[in-house]
Design a protein around this ligand. Sequence first.
Ligand code: NAP
Ligand code: SF4
Length: 675
Amino acid sequence: MTNPSYPHLFEPLDLGFTTLKNRIFMASMHVRFELLGNRVERAAEFYAERARGGTALIVTGGYGPNPQGVIEAGADYLNSDDQVTEESKIPAAVHEAGGKIALQILHAGRYAKVDDPVGASSIPSPINPRKVRALTTDEVEKTIVDYVNCAALAKQAGYDGVEIMGSEGYLISTFCAESTNDRSDKWGGNFKNRIRFPVEIVRRVRERVGPNFIMLYRISALDLFEGGLTGDETAVLAQEIEKAGADILTTGIGWHESRIPTIAHMVPRGGWRHAARRIKESVSIPVAATNRINTPETGEALLNNGDADIVALGRQMLADPAFARKAETGRGDAINTCIGCNQACLDYIFSDRASTCLVNPFAGRELDISRQKSKLPKNIAVVGAGPAGMSAALTAAESGHTVTLYEGSAELGGQFNLAKRIPGKEDFDETIRYFKTRLTEEGVNIQMMTRPAAAELKAADYEHVVIATGVLPRNPDIPGADRENVINYVDALLGRKPVGQKVAIIGSGGIGFDVAEFVTSPHRHLPVPIDDFLAHWGIDKTHTSAGGMSTPTREAPARDVTMLQRTDARPGKSLGLTTGWVVRSELKSRGVRNITGATYERIDDDGLHIIVGGEQKVIPADTIIICAGQEPENSLYKELSGEGVTATVIGGAEKSADLDALRAIRQGTEVALAI
Ligand code: NAP
Ligand code: SF4
């Protein structure tokens, strides 16, 4: 069955020797399953679930062609016959699930977190403190042999193909760019010499694996730094890779050291379409677009527009393994959308943990937790329909319990209704839509505008009550805080109270930064259009400049803002590891000032009076926005405990400190599974 709404997405892709059932691929992601144990079984189940979800072709995380090329010590590599039997479990599981799978060969080069990283040259990477050694000419030959050997072993293990990772600043990229290749042998110098390395790899892999084996090549469609390739050079590379025998070009955007956000929430959906299109116009083999493709509509539009032939989804496959099947069967509203937060995927990888997903705590934990039906279905109430309550209610219903969900306001979603107003965070609304759809599909009895009293819950005979009543904004005790122009973040974000031109924000946590972004944003309408995003970050859509970069166009900020906090800690230290730098640099460019170590004295007509460094100061402000954290709202839990009703309190209602949606959704899910 093909959904007429997405005719291009579900058109089969004929490669001559094999046909892919649709145009939806799973892009390679580093997920670090080796940390969780049972690496092969875990990966097999993880990929098989995505295949059952209708994905046409899955590309694994990167395998080093040799131990030196792994992304970090302990990561996967494939270089020996001994590994084939164990490795074959992964393609076997995917085939049984009706999918196809290619193994990605990634030599991390100077990004490798190993003792002796090697590169095209000894020019160090700004993001890896390790000293890098240039491969000798013999070692370059040997490395090509390792790629070929790895591809042959993948074929032996039953994979349907391989993807050669040629983007993001890993080894192959550093051969291609002049700024990272100062070699004087035949692998360096002019452009033809510099691209010889990837072209030879592709040519010799094809020679070894034969014609009936899918070969993808991930090309750096945009390097996104000043020493990178021009659009013309990238086009020539694409053509040479095609001639050398690749079947499909997938696209990578930006080297990891680039200072441009490429996948974070502020990147508009399909924001890199121009880069995929440039490659597609240069070659005759199919080209996959990537990055921030998280809805079937975005994918369909890219294909319909002729920007690409395939869409490669990475994090969206963590968020919802059944993306393709749901889109195809008209259940697009039931897709759990990746919100681009990076919090449980990339941020986990950068803090030595294995990836999962904020909106889907099951991702990567398929062997550990599953949505099994309860043997003892119960009658359950969940009070509060924020992220914690919605996830508890949904998981409980999926487990076979009868669930009533109470929400005191007119909207499901709790704090997500605030987050979705922040420029770039509009996708939080998709999470609310997902829960709304799924809660309805699972027959949850949703009682809106209802705040049940403890006695009512007791009288209704619920066997378990989950309290997810959330938080209340903290009101710090500052003289003058009761003035009209002192408002809290809820009123500011919902537009319930006016915000003037000169703003002081009390509190510099995640919400303080969100509010600063909200009030300084020059964009009146969301989402931010792609062209505005590209111009803002200085992306050259004409493909003429090196690395695809041009001069950024920065609009004037909407307001003058000072953010304050009492401690001396680095402002915004709680922001995401891989997104915080973007938010901080953005606010800096809008002139937002940060004051740390402040003591709040009073608020009066002159503004906010503080003492900082022993000196009295006044921050002139016509509006003071309080973002001073929250207190748990758990009064119902206390009352219920007195009534002898079995109850569990979760989310912010349990503990407001360090609360975020990741903990809320995970805890809601875990508590429901344990009932
Ligand atoms: P938060 O991160 O705990 O920050 C609260 C801020 O208020 C701090 O700057 C704190 O700094 C200040 N504060 C605390 N008590 C105060 C008091 N009595 N008087 C004056 N100032 C006080 O909380 P949040 O910003 O409300 O965020 C809530 C949760 O959501 C956090 O876990 C946060 O990480 C998460 N969140 C994350 C993001 C993200 O982008 N990752 C975005 C939004 C929210 P001082 O104590 O130094 O004054
Ligand atoms: Fe997407 Fe956030 Fe999940 Fe990562 S953690 S896959 S960015 S929703």
